[in-house]
Design a protein around this ligand. Structure first.
Ligand code: FE
Ligand code: FE
Ligand code: ZN
Length: 293
């Protein structure tokens, strides 16, 4: 089976998508994920179509299919927060702009953290998310939002199958919605990744396995159910290489992109390196080779 695997890469004003693609290629990846700009602000640079064109040539030459590329929505968007209508509509409009930006870059999937229930109950928060998504879909076209399964840090929503299902059930245009599993978040929310097939069974029964369009592959620094959300390098955390390797090679998820969001390795401040080439290699060979020592 042809593994589709890559990592989070950077996207800068200067090189835009060309830089992202080159970074992915340097890791031996055949897909990647990026943010269109700062995760904490609405500042966005103008997309340079020449750079996009150049990036697509690079992607074709290196076997990267644009259908497998994932964009991550900025963290500042919290559709669950409807403390004021102004704020809520600011989130909706920015999300709709991001969805359009994804489309103008030629991609079709954006991962979103569902939201956090601040100033409201979880039920109200979920309802706000549904309203926000339906509005953002009306204000944009085509781009699909993948709801990310969350660790349950603070008041995060989307921390179990029920909450994800509630949101999906409320979406008018089901062609615009899907799910992105995150193995660190699942572990931290209370799911044992060693029993991943049981989780998939339940997910399939409640939501439908075909709604899973992406998996974030991360080890975790913390035990099952800790609700912490601290990613660890593959094979160096509490989930371990074998359980994660089985996720990546699970036949039921064949053909979907797997994205690493593990931390850079630093021995000391001036000696930092990305782990992705090694992690991708280990998954391809299905053998854990220590790359930190
Ligand atoms: Fe995320
Ligand atoms: Fe993630
Ligand atoms: Zn996370």
């Amino acid at each position: 089976m042809n593994l589709i695997i890559g990592s989070h890469v950077s996207f800068t004003n200067k090189t835009q998508l060309v830089g992202s693609v080159n970074e992915a290629i340097s890791y031996g990846a055949n897909t990647f994920m990026f943010y269109t700009g700062s995760t904490q602000s609405t500042q966005r640079s103008e997309i340079d179509d020449n750079l996009t064109y150049e990036a697509y040539k690079l992607m074709v030459d290196n076997g990267i299919n644009s259908d497998n590329v994932i964009v991550h929505a900025p963290y500042i968007i919290n559709l669950a927060n409807r403390a004021s209508d102004d704020k809520f509509m600011f989130y909706v409009n920015f999300l709709a702009e991001e969805l359009s930006r994804v489309k103008s870059l030629g991609f079709n999937k954006m991962v979103l953290h569902p939201g956090s229930a601040v100033n409201c109950s979880r039920e109200e928060g979920l309802k706000n998310i549904i309203d926000g998504l339906n509005l953002a879909f009306e204000k944009s076209s085509d781009t699909v939002i993948l709801l990310e399964t969350m660790a349950g840090k603070g008041n995060e929503l989307g921390t179990n199958i029920d909450e994800i299902k509630t949101i999906i059930d409320g979406i008018h245009d089901k062609s615009r919605i899907g799910v992105c599993l995150d193995t660190c978040h699942l572990n931290d929310s209370g799911i044992d990744i060693n029993e991943f097939d049981n989780y998939l069974d339940l997910f399939d029964k409640e939501i439908g396995i075909e709604m899973i369009k992406c998996v974030h592959v991360n080890d975790s620094m913390n035990p099952i159910g800790s609700h912490k959300d601290r990613h660890q390098n593959i094979g160096y955390g509490t989930i371990g290489f074998d359980a994660l390797n089985k996720v990546v090679h699970n036949e039921r998820l064949e053909g979907i992109p797997f994205i690493l969001e593990t931390p850079w390795v630093n021995r000391n401040k001036d000696d930092e390196y990305p782990p992705y080439k090694f992690e991708i290699d280990n998954f391809r060979k299905e053998k854990f080779i220590d790359f930190i020592q």
